[in-house]
Design a protein around this ligand. Structure first.
Ligand code: CP
Length: 311
């Protein structure tokens, strides 16, 4: 089986069998990153451009390492050190780099739709590493991979996405992916941080955190995205933390064997307390490790390359 598209722009509309293919493929790459020599020749001869127009720690490093472990050549574009500072457009930037013969582009951008735009003006495979509020598909895939590794399944699990739902691309990708895999999904946040027409997402909606957490298996906590907000969406950080912060006391509401997740970066003491973020039920650092395997799987599946014997 193959993925239907040669690009990964988002999880909306992706069928369960395609998601399963990605997660199953990531499982075999997860084994490779535990080996003493974490390198296979799968993408030898291919060149990947990491085009990050927005800051990133986890996604950028994870993609770069995934590319290197697959033996691809990598180019890391830094906006502040590029001719973008002299007024060069995104299209000119990409087409000039593509003239150097690259094969794939990993793009992060503050504007929704930029990955799709690149599919219209380049020949490379495009991978969305987060576009505005739209989607962050590899983050949701690594979240799903992490949950599936722990419980052996996604279907029937209750997953609650908590916090700044309105501005979160991670939430949108998680909703599409988890629903396609049969999970029961809920969102919870202040009404000012729920998106317009949130009902259309087909998930349960809460503005009361205790009710949302009651009976959940997984809580995935979102960061307050101050960089994408206008002022005044909630009265104060202190009030937000009182009403929507995930604290140790609230964990009693969850099902036994519950899991705490966060895509990072964490605002410690705001959306989650440190004792919860660092507790034994937290898989926050495992999410980061698993992200590398998921990104290796995506790069491999989109490249159309075959794996060699023994990889
Ligand atoms: N989760 C995530 O996208 O983190 P970065 O912004 O550090 O890449």
């Amino acid at each position: 089986m193959k993925l239907k598209s040669r690009h990964l722009l988002g999880l909306e509309g992706m069928a369960g069998d395609e998601l399963k293919l990605i997660l199953d493929t990531a499982e075999s790459f997860r084994e490779i990153i535990e080996r003493p020599i974490k390198k296979v020749p799968t993408l030898r001869g291919m060149t990947v451009l990491n085009l990050f127009y927005e800051p990133s720690t986890r996604t950028r490093i994870s993609f770069e390492l995934a590319e290197k472990r697959l033996s691809a050549d990598t180019i890391n574009f830094s906006k502040s050190m590029s001719s973008v500072t002299k007024g060069e457009t995104l299209k000119d930037t990409v087409q000039n780099i593509e003239a150097l013969k690259i094969n794939m582009i990993v793009i992060r951008h503050s504007s929704s739709g930029v990955p799709y735009y690149l599919t219209q003006c380049t020949d490379s495979n495009i991978i969305n590493a987060g576009d505005g509020r739209h989607e962050h598909p590899t983050q949701a895939l690594l979240d799903m991979f992490t949950i599936r590794r722990k419980y052996g399944r996604l279907d029937g699990l209750r997953v609650v996405l908590i916090g700044d739902i309105k501005h979160s691309r991670v939430v949108r990708s998680n909703i599409w992916g988890l629903k396609a895999m049969g999970a029961s999904v809920a969102v919870c946040g202040p009404s000012t941080l729920l998106p317009y027409e949130v009902e259309k997402f087909g998930v349960d909606i809460y503005t009361d955190l205790d009710k949302a957490m009651d009976g959940a298996d997984v809580v995935n906590i979102m960061r307050i995205q101050l960089e994408r907000q206008q002022a005044g969406l909630f009265p104060s950080m202190r009030e937000y933390t009182n009403l929507f912060g995930v604290t140790r006391d609230r964990l009693r509401l969850l099902n036994k064997n519950y899991t705490i997740m966060h895509p990072g970066p964490i605002n410690r003491g705001v959306e989650v307390t440190s004792d919860v973020a660092d507790s034994k039920s937290s898989v926050i650092l495992e999410q980061v490790t698993n992200g590398q395997a998921v990104r290796m799987a995506i790069l491999y599946l989109l490249s159309g390359k075959k794996r060699e014997e023994g990889e």
